[in-house]
Design a protein around this ligand. Sequence first.
Ligand SMILES: CC(C)(COP(=O)(O)OP(=O)(O)OC[C@H]1O[C@@H](n2cnc3c(N)ncnc32)[C@H](O)[C@@H]1OP(=O)(O)O)[C@@H](O)C(=O)NCCC(=O)NCCS
Length: 182
Amino acid sequence: MTQQILTTDRLVIRELDGRDIDALYAIFSHPEVMRYWASPPWTSITQAEGRLARAQEGYRSEEDFQWGIERKADGALLGTCSLFSFNRPSRRCEIGYALGRPYWGQGYMGEALQALVAYAFDTLDLNRLEADIDPRNNASARTLERLGFQKEGFMPERWIVVDEVSDTQWYGLLRRNWQGAK
Ligand SMILES: CC(C)(COP(=O)(O)OP(=O)(O)OC[C@H]1O[C@@H](n2cnc3c(N)ncnc32)[C@H](O)[C@@H]1OP(=O)(O)O)[C@@H](O)C(=O)NCCC(=O)NCCS
């Protein structure tokens, strides 16, 4: 049975499963969604199958979580949000997220990440969250800054995706600076 992790007003954050293959492919094959991603757009449905297998392995090992963001109203898989690169002794990890192109601009990711950040600090007892974004990705920067993430550093030429070299803007959020902190 697929485990639900979190719910918000409009969304359920849950484990991915076999129902999601087509939706995952639609999200991660879209060139606009993948414009600032660390790998090129998917070109084969087998990549969606591989991603699902990795996600399911991550739930088992608890080393890496990529959860689905489902819209309550119609059950559509809107996107995914992830917690990964855990350093357990230092109680930190990275967050990642992507929303299918039709669902941008409606505040869905902000809503999902509010819940995810609260879960990371309050339930997983993390002390620090990190995010690595392309400095040109204004929508992603806004999303992080609204959550209270601070710009912490600039790393030139950190990524090479096919032939494009790109930089990293590194963001961090400490538990004690989280506005939802109890
Ligand atoms: C980044 C992303 C998740 C944002 O999700 P979203 O639900 O569309 O975001 P929101 O609707 O909450 O908008 C977030 C903010 O960015 C702003 N924004 C949206 N598009 C923008 C753009 N192209 N340029 C500048 N700001 C933009 C919005 O106005 C909003 O700011 P506000 O709260 O001040 O009004 C979504 O665009 C996405 O999935 N992009 C592709 C994948 C990706 O880049 N993921 C991040 C990799 S690090």
